[in-house]
Design a protein around this ligand. Structure first.
Ligand code: ADP
Ligand code: MG
Length: 236
């Protein structure tokens, strides 16, 4: 069973009298444990596809199943619950609360759920994993861009999601920091079995993932799995 199953997925946006066909019939399955990138030029439908998979909006037509559940049948409340429990998001803007410290930012998603003490332990572990143990009490706005991005990842993972969705997460990072970011995702993918779907227009970054899905004008025009030796060849 796929973690995400998209079937004939269509999203049209109405703009006055014209209709933008942002996604125009996409059928794709993403299995648990995959590390996938979605590429394509600006306007090709990448963000639309990611936001649909993240249940941030509903499709015009077609179906999205998550862990076998047809999400169209769910109420907005149940969709929010599924999103909160199973999906983590990292965006290009880190959306940290600048006046809170690093730990408080990571713990934000736990405010309404779960065990506080367990949540604290998970938060501290994640901050260690992203190399920020020494910044736990620093205010978010005192950190560099790369450090803020790592806080955003820790926050996205604090609820132990099955799926991490990242939309142009390295857009504001220099090459080296972007590459560290991908290694971090790779570690989480291999270590915790985290499924990762990352939208990017950086082909070097995409080359480090296991599967590249290429969109053009709302269609999938390529869906290629890469072998490990191919990834390594690109990395050297
Ligand atoms: P990408 O992330 O690949 O740049 P998007 O999914 O953001 O592509 O956009 C796909 C198409 O849909 C583009 O033509 C874009 O202008 C249009 N679009 C995206 N969001 C909206 C919206 N909220 N309203 C109208 N058009 C939109
Ligand atoms: Mg986009």
């Amino acid at each position: 069973m796929a973690l995400i199953e998209m079937t004939d997925l269509v999203k049209h946006y109405k703009q006055g009298r014209t209709t933008v066909r942002a996604l125009d019939g996409v059928s794709l399955g993403i299995d648990a444990g995959e590390f996938v990138s979605v590429v394509g030029r600006s306007g090709s439908g990448k963000t639309t596809m990611l936001d649909l998979c993240g249940l941030l909006m509903r499709p015009t037509s077609g179906r999205i199943r998550i862990e076998g559940v047809d999400t169209a049948q769910l109420s907005d409340g149940r969709r929010a619950e599924l999103r909160g429990n199973r999906i983590g998001f990292v965006f290009q803007e880190y959306n940290l609360l600048p006046s809170l410290n690093v730990l408080e930012n990571v713990e934000l998603p736990l405010r309404y759920t779960g065990d506080r003490a367990l949540g604290r332990r998970r938060s501290v572990e994640l901050l260690e994993a992203v190399g920020l143990s020494d910044k736990i009490r620093a205010r978010a706005d005192e950190l560099s861009g790369g450090q803020q991005q790592r806080v955003a990842i820790a926050r996205a993972l604090v609820n132990r999601p099955a799926l991490l969705l990242a939309d142009e997460p390295t857009g504001a990072l220099d090459t080296e920091t972007a590459s560290e970011f991908v290694s971090l995702l790779r570690n989480l993918n291999e270590g915790e079995g985290l499924t990762v779907m990352i939208v990017t227009h950086d082909l070097e970054l995409a080359a480090q993932t296991d599967r590249i899905i290429r969109l053009r004008d709302g269609h999938v025009i390529e869906d290629a799995r890469q072998l490990q030796w191919e990834r390594e060849e690109v990395a050297v």
